[in-house]
Design a binder for this molecule. Structure first.
Ligand SMILES: [Zn+2]
Length: 181
């Protein structure tokens, strides 16, 4: 959607323009057009990627998360595809961060924005993505359990961050599915 700001009083508005102005005032920005890619898949970060002090740990993640959001005030979870305000989205690593190289930690294709529920289930290997990019559920909770309902609702959809260049990261995740990061 193209956001158009009006400057003139009394200017005729279409409903779409009024909506666009409302969203712009709320801080929404036009998301990247589908199919467009960042100029570089690697994030620039000057901090320590393998720090020994707790304070410096995971220092690059805020920068990577901001690049993933690209200024959007809301974005879809890559796994359940529901739209969330940006402050409810977490940076999830496809290949577990604890076994990533420094370059992999800065690779946009190795991360996805996910809601906290999906992120937690993905890190624990209960929600996973097959090598065709389809979200799968393997919870083992009883029928009617909230997690069963969550998993069954999400399963079968396409992971929004699946791409050929990320296939190796998803493959690595499958082999480390119980590693939490
Ligand atoms: Zn989600």
């Amino acid at each position: 959607m193209k956001v158009v700001m009006s400057t003139g009083m009394g200017k005729t508005h279409t409903g779409l323009m009024v909506l666009a102005e409302f969203l712009a005032l709320r801080g929404w920005r036009t998301p990247p057009e589908p199919g467009t890619e960042p100029s570089s898949r690697y994030v620039e970060f000057t901090g320590e990627l393998s720090p020994t002090t707790p304070a410096a740990r995971r220092g690059e993640q805020g920068v990577v998360r901001a690049r993933k959001l690209a200024g959007r005030a809301a974005a879809p979870c890559a796994l359940c595809r529901a739209e969330y305000p940006q402050d409810l989205l977490e940076l999830a690593h496809i290949k577990p961060r604890t076994v990533c190289t420094d370059q992999e930690k800065l690779d946009l294709w190795n991360t996805m924005l996910a809601c906290s529920q999906c992120h937690s289930l993905f890190d624990k290997g209960l929600l996973w993505v097959d090598l065709a990019g389809v979200v799968r559920w393997e919870g083992g909770f009883p029928p009617g359990h909230p997690l069963t309902m969550w998993g069954e609702r999400v399963a079968g959809g396409r992971c929004l961050e699946f791409r050929d260049a990320a296939r190796g990261f998803f493959r690595a995740r499958l082999s480390y599915s119980r590693v939490t990061c």
